[in-house]
Design a protein around this ligand. Structure first.
Ligand code: ZN
Ligand code: MN
Length: 130
């Protein structure tokens, strides 16, 4: 097995692991899962492949500023809610956002190509704890 083939297998495995979860995991979490199948893989390799997959548009990198990145295998247009207590990330599928770009274009002379919008607060689980 040559080096590029091995890379492809690693990349495929990372992609499958990420597509198989909705927890929006960290690179460390993905590393722990992939290691079960490819025991000699390194965390650095995980990061490199996540970057490549992200550039290829096959996954989403969720960048939360000072904290570590989280990854999403769902590349459909959707939004996220992050709980500041437990750090869990939830998907939001809300119709009102579908026409956001169009509405901005109606109000302005801009041609909108994309937008970023994220929500943070306290999830229902954590609200019940307090
Ligand atoms: Zn929470
Ligand atoms: Mn998501």
């Amino acid at each position: 097995m040559n080096k590029s083939t091995r890379m492809t297998k690693q990349r495929r495995t990372i992609l499958r692991v990420l597509k198989g979860t909705t927890v929006h995991p960290t690179a460390d979490w993905i590393y722990e899962q992939v290691k079960k199948e490819i025991s000699n893989i390194s965390l650095g390799t995980i990061y490199r492949n996540l970057n490549v997959l992200s550039e290829m548009g096959l996954i989403q990198t969720l960048d939360y500023g000072s904290t570590y990145s989280r990854y999403d295998g769902n590349t459909n247009n959707h939004y996220h809610f992050r709980c500041i207590e437990c750090d869990r990330i939830f998907d939001l599928q809300i119709d009102i956002f579908d026409k956001l770009n169009q509405n901005i274009e109606k109000e302005t002379a801009f041609k909108v190509l994309e937008h970023r919008l994220e929500f943070k607060g306290v999830c229902s689980n954590c609200q019940n704890k307090n």
